[in-house]
Design a protein around this ligand. Structure first.
Ligand SMILES: O=C(O)c1ccccc1NCC(=O)[C@H](O)[C@H](O)COP(=O)(O)O
Length: 264
């Protein structure tokens, strides 16, 4: 059983517990449910932003504790001030030490930037929940979903105004998952089954992603030269977690990274 299998098993239990505790009606009555979500595509194409999707991640299965000493409000505000095109907040508790409340706290601290609910979505309930806690974007991971689920989940997300980041790791996942309700495709450089990382995964898949999708490169991005090369290969966005979160002050780490990227 891979770590991804274990995460999915845990999610099934978590989703059933969530449904028993909070009904769809309860979620739809959340104060965040009526807000108009920000569009990931618009923010990625805004030249005043950096293309960076900066991630708030305390812990991961591959690295253990990364940083559990920082405040979600302070870090996400600093990411936003440095020009993040979106902010990713892990909401998985068991494997990443995240909480749905982290996303809501990030939302209250930042009204003017899209927030990605970074979790393992296997059920429509989690999409409604994402909007109810203040998210603008959901992640759909092709490795754990059928093409039918991707179609249904992306249609539901679109119907309630949420953007979808569809994540793939290889050509087979890409070819079976592309859907017209998806505007942005992320190539994860981390193999979620065995944790190996290689940015070459992004370069290899870039040419296979049709030009009507925006492209994001995800994971293991730790220097500005890689971003420049990824931009040349057609990538519009770059999801960065550990490189910032590993530092005592992740917001300052992003500010320094962006200054270098902009050539200051
Ligand atoms: O990060 C992990 O160990 C991991 C394990 C199993 C499933 C997902 C996992 N990570 C999710 C991500 O892909 C990253 O959090 C994200 O792309 C940022 O990556 P990084 O910049 O390398 O922290």
């Amino acid at each position: 059983m891979t770590i991804l299998d274990k995460i999915v098993e845990q999610k099934k239990t978590e989703v059933e517990a969530g449904k028993a505790r909070f009904s769809y009606t309860f979620l739809e009555e959340s104060e965040y449910f009526t807000r108009q979500p920000h569009s990931l595509k618009e923010f990625l194409l805004n030249p005043e932003r950096t293309g960076i999707i900066a991630e708030f991640k305390r812990k991961s299965p591959s690295k253990g504790i990364i940083n559990d000493q920082v405040s979600v409000e302070e870090v996400t505000k600093a990411y936003n001030a440095s020009g993040a095109s979106a902010i990713s907040v892990l909401t998985d508790r068991n494997f990443f030490m995240g909480r749905k409340l982290d996303l809501t706290r990030a939302r209250n601290a930042n009204t003017d930037v899209p927030l990605l609910r970074k979790d393992f979505i296997i059920d429509e309930y989690q999409i409604i929940e994402a909007k109810a806690v203040g998210a603008d974007i959901i992640l759909l991971i092709a490795a754990i979903l059928t093409p039918e689920q991707i179609k249904a989940f992306s249609a539901l997300a679109k119907s309630i105004g949420l953007s979808v980041l569809l994540e793939v790791h290889n050509l087979e996942e890409l070819q079976r998952s592309m859907d017209p309700n998806v505007e942005v495709i992320g190539v994860n450089n981390r193999n979620l089954a065995d944790f190996t990382v290689s940015v070459e995964t992004s370069f290899a898949l870039a040419e296979h992603i049709p030009s009507d999708f925006l492209k994001i490169s995800e994971s293991a991005i730790s220097n500005t030269n890689v971003i420049k090369k990824l931009r040349s290969a057609g990538f519009n966005g770059f999801l960065i977690g550990e490189n910032f979160m590993r530092q005592e002050d992740p917001g300052k780490a992003m500010a320094e990274f962006v200054a270098e990227l902009r050539g200051n």
